[in-house]
Write a protein that binds this ligand. Structure first.
Ligand code: PRE
Length: 380
């Protein structure tokens, strides 16, 4: 660079060093934080008192489930995301507000939430993500049992996995809808990280690996590369796999880190899922539908007539009414050979005029249409 392009030389001296404000002392900063904490605590208490009053305003209701309003919770959380200007991530703030609402609701009575147990499964994590920790968690033995406990009223709501971004649909969840009246009243998306867990934490000891078939599938390439000769033993859940792995030094489990802490295992390797964006979508099961939240999805079960163009005719109304279809999945129906049931997800709520008109047209061409649910789109 020529001398001309250089910034003018400054004489070294005390006056050219920028003046910094004196660093506030640790104690002063902590005093500020203490003051903020006091204010936050007062506000949380005030919020809880108002939430109680809202509960009373709903009239004399029988149980916690009668106070629960998923559409209102979705609106509150969306506003938290919209207002956020950092430095914390929207997802973090949603977690905090979710817990506050969970505690406010539990002032009446905690909700009873069934999920695929035992403790430490991703389903349990999804249940806490959606309902917060002020719930009574009911770990159950199978997806069918979660449906059953919701249907019988033993659980207020249930949480079941329905699809994974790497592995696709969990068929048993869809099939269970065919024989039940249970409704969908929410969805949860969970980033799923898989770890190889064992009692000793020594990779060289591992001869057997336990896991749920879905988790094996999510880690297929990793297993092929690192443990091609180990025996792979499928089980009903990852947490069950972790429970078994704690009894032998030559066994490992593929599960989430929460299972490691529940069952006292060490992480040998992880995350080991083949795709870094590995996400599972869960459905929240209940017994009734709730009003629109403003950003909703409707899940339908459509049985079509066995005639040319039938599928086209039942799907065209959604496009005609400007509704976008996010997903379609066909499963053999229970009505006989070659009868198919279509699981269709459409953007919008059944309270919306466009959805009402579209569904009336679908009804004309379909053998049967069931609204499985109309519920808020997952927040974060
Ligand atoms: O707004 C309500 O209906 C409430 O009961 C309050 C509140 C909340 O804490 O904001 C609590 C529980 C409901 O599920 C929804 C919201």
């Amino acid at each position: 660079m020529s001398a001309k392009g250089k910034p003018p030389a400054k004489s070294a001296g005390r006056d050219v060093v920028p003046k910094k404000p004196p660093a506030p002392k640790l104690a002063e900063l902590r005093e500020r934080v203490d003051g903020i904490d006091r204010s936050i605590q007062e506000l949380i208490a005030e919020r809880a008192r108002f939430a109680s009053q809202i509960g009373q305003a709903k009239g004399p209701l029988a149980a916690a489930i009668d106070y629960y309003r998923p559409e209102r919770e979705a609106q509150v959380l969306r506003r938290v995301v919209d207002r956020n200007e950092g430095p914390l991530e929207g997802e973090v703030l949603v977690r905090v507000f979710r817990e506050i609402m969970s505690a406010c609701l539990a002032q009446q009575e905690p909700l009873k939430i069934g999920f695929l147990g035992p403790a430490g499964t991703h389903s349990e994590q999804a249940a806490y993500k959606h309902f917060g920790h002020s719930i009574l968690g009911l770990p159950l033995g199978s997806i069918e049992e979660v449906f059953g406990e919701v249907e019988s009223g033993a659980a207020d709501f249930g949480v079941v996995p329905v699809e994974n971004s790497t592995q696709g649909t969990i068929q048993s969840t869809l099939d269970t809808f065919l024989g039940t009246d249970v409704k969908i009243c929410g969805e949860v998306e969970l980033r799923v990280h898989q770890h190889l867990l064992s009692r000793s934490g020594r990779f060289e000891d591992i001869e057997r690996v336990y896991s749920h078939p879905q988790s094996f599938a999510q880690c297929k390439a990793w297993l092929r590369q690192h443990l091609p000769d180990a025996e792979k033993i499928p089980l009903a859940s990852n947490a069950e796999a972790a429970r078994r792995a704690r009894n032998a030094d030559d066994a490992a489990a593929i599960a989430g880190l929460s299972a490691a802490s529940v069952y006292g295992l060490k992480s040998v390797a992880g995350p080991i899922e083949d795709r870094p964006d590995n996400t599972t979508r869960f459905l929240v099961l209940g017994r009734e539908l709730f009003p629109a939240s403003g950003n909703d999805r409707t899940s339908l079960l459509i049985f079509i007539k066995d005639q040319p163009g039938a599928l086209f005719q039942v799907l065209a109304p959604f496009a005609r009414h400007g509704l976008s279809m996010n997903r379609i999945e066909s499963r053999p129906g229970h009505g006989g050979r070659w009868q198919y049931a279509f699981f269709v997800d459409v953007g919008g709520h059944i309270e919306q005029e466009a959805m009402r008109l579209a569904l009336a047209e679908v009804d004309e061409f379909a053998e049967q249409v069931r609204v499985l649910g109309s519920y808020p789109v997952a927040i974060v």
